[in-house]
Design a protein around this ligand. Structure first.
Ligand code: NDP
Length: 240
């Protein structure tokens, strides 16, 4: 059955792979973008681009309205959009910290709250998938802001899972390791080598591998899974 799916940050990276995965499955997929052009491949797949800066409550509200008008109330929300602003703590400004928290955590609260409102009204259950990070579990020097935001998603998601489980809405968290996107490309080559050296599978992940986990958590096969943190990280954070 085709579902109404909304994915934030679908114009590139992991979100782009998730849009393709849901669209191939036959779902109605909308995705937010903030900057740059839209990949014609996504339009070809019938996915709907919605301009939205997720840090702006008004833009989030109008994005949901646009999606609802086009494909009905959101049944699957993938809160994927995120940023880094890596710095060692002594050099990290209040703005570096709060901008990352606003984008990665507060915006996820805003998106989930809006999605849950319409899911409860529709009484059809629903799926919420939050994209966290292996860094939330194991920590990373230079990423105190990012790790705090991504660990916050775990506590947020598990609490929400307890609030709305009785309504048939699942909330799960995917925790990717280093994945081959623009975010990883921003790291120095040496740092990438060091990280990969710690990955039991010995390589960086690709966006499709993260998208598969997201698609699984949204699928019928995952109907009894909620509040889970699913690492997709080649094993780097195991034991944390
Ligand atoms: P990219 O940098 O490739 O993409 C980030 C996406 O987030 C873009 O689509 C971007 O939109 C969007 N975005 C950022 N800020 C905003 C905002 N304020 N409003 C709307 N959209 C915004 O990153 P990835 O694909 O790698 O990352 C996707 C998710 O996966 C993130 O949450 C990231 O933290 C997480 N992750 C990534 C890992 C990696 O190694 N790549 C590892 C672990 C987790 P735009 O292009 O318009 O700016």
């Amino acid at each position: 059955m085709s579902r109404s799916v909304l994915i934030t940050g679908g114009n590139r990276g992991i979100g782009h792979a998730a849009v393709r995965s849901f669209a191939h499955r036959g779902d109605s997929v909308a995705f937010t973008y903030r900057t740059g052009g839209i990949d014609p491949d996504l339009a070809f797949l019938g996915a709907m681009p919605v301009h939205c800066d997720i840090t702006d409550p008004e833009q989030v509200e109008s994005a949901f309205k646009e999606v609802e008008a086009d494909q009905g109330p959101v049944e699957v929300l993938v809160a994927n959009a995120g940023i880094t602003r890596d710095k060692l703590l002594p050099f990290m400004s209040e703005e570096d910290f709060s901008t990352v928290l606003d984008t990665n955590l507060t915006a996820a609260y805003r998106l989930a709250k809006r999605a849950v409102r319409s899911m409860l009204r529709a009484k059809q259950g629903g799926r919420i998938i939050l994209v966290s990070s292996a860094v939330a579990l194991k920590g990373e020097a230079g990423q105190t802001n990012y790790a705090a935001s991504k660990a916050g998603l775990i506590g947020f998601g598990r609490s929400l899972a307890r609030e709305i489980g009785s309504r048939g809405i699942t909330v799960n968290i995917v925790a990717p390791g280093l994945t081959d996107t623009a975010m990883a490309a921003a790291l120095h080559e040496e740092r990438v080598k060091e990280i990969v050296g710690d990955v039991p599978l010995g390589r960086i992940g690709n966006p499709e591998e993260i998208a598969s986990a997201i698609a699984f958590l949204a699928s019928e096969e995952a109907s009894y899974i909620t509040g889970a943190v699913l690492p997709v990280d080649g094993g780097i954070a195991m034991g944390h």
